[in-house]
Design a protein around this ligand. Structure first.
Ligand code: R5P
Length: 279
């Protein structure tokens, strides 16, 4: 039985189809005081809760769904297509929480097992108190690419995304890879890249990252490209806050896509087959 979070309904439908498992008749509601309520009456041995935690409300809803699942099924699996707060995986300054740990602890209380799609750092999986596996969907990001790219360069906007860029290159079946070093000014949030120029004369460039949030990292990288042919931008988690989509369009990209871990218009790639393979 699949229990969808309200932000992950399309993915849950795709997963139910992939697995041949039914969807619970879920209802999302609010009380007059604003408190959330979710209902999902079902009868099954196994419950698979599928919920991206893209907001505080989605976190609460996930805990509610897990509570329902753990009282009605004998086995509960929690799938986090996108794990919110996953980037806060350390106390970066004195007095700060390790928010990823706090979230993981709460999520662990009512589940037997967790699957997380491409967490920001692999160590995030160790923060859970039940078995947790990562689902790696990076190769699927090559699917929307045109067949005939011109001398493609698969470029990571920072060193941390190098492995993703290599996986997309390998899945595409050719091309070179490279990465920038990213620096973010702690006060202004301004992003700069080094080297501050990359000659890609006449080449097609495919920028690959795990997350696009404000679009600052990707547009900063595009600024450093010297005379590319076409520039494509892809990521696992298209969070796309504020004016991110416009920002990327204004930077001149030929295409933007991500997966359905965060359900957006650019979610051209479904992660359902990868999740189903690990369930
Ligand atoms: C950071 O290390 C991540 O891999 C992404 O590069 C970052 O989250 C993207 O954020 P934004 O789109 O706001 O620059």
């Amino acid at each position: 039985m699949i229990l969808p979070g309200s932000a992950s309904q399309s993915l849950a439908v795709a997963l139910a189809t992939e697995l041949g498992e039914p969807l619970a008749p879920v209802e999302y509601d609010r009380f007059a005081d604003g408190e959330q309520m979710v209902r999902a009456p079902f009868d099954a041995e196994r419950a698979v809760v599928v919920a991206s935690t893209t907001s505080a409300a989605a976190h609460i809803e996930l805990l509610q769904l897990q509570n329902i699942a753990s009282r009605q099924a004998t086995e509960v699996v929690t799938v986090l297509p996108y794990m919110g707060y996953g980037r806060q995986d350390a106390a970066f300054r004195e007095g700060e929480p390790v928010s990823a740990r706090a979230m993981a602890q709460a999520i662990s209380t009512s589940t037997d097992r967790v699957l997380v799609v491409n967490p920001h750092e692999p160590e995030v999986a160790d923060q859970f108190e039940v078995p947790c596996e990562s689902v790696d969907v990076a190769p699927r990001l090559s699917l929307p690419l045109p067949d005939e790219l011109r001398e493609p360069l698969f470029l990571a906007p920072d060193a941390g995304a190098t492995a993703l860029a290599e996986q997309v290159r390998d899945a595409y079946g050719g091309g070179s890879t490279d990465h920038f070093e990213k620096h973010r000014d702690p006060a202004s949030g301004e992003i700069s890249m080094s080297p501050s120029a990359a000659t890609v004369d006449g080449q097609d460039v495919v920028l690959v990252d795990d997350i696009i949030a404000t679009g600052g990292t990707m547009s900063g990288a595009i600024d450093e490209l010297d005379n590319p042919a076409r520039v494509y931008v892809t990521c696992v988690h298209p969070v796309l806050v504020g004016n991110a989509r416009t920002r990327l369009a204004r930077a001149g990209v030929a295409g933007v896509w991500g997966t359905d871990t965060v359900e957006q218009r650019v979610s051209a790639v479904s992660v359902a087959p990868s999740i189903a393979a690990q369930l």
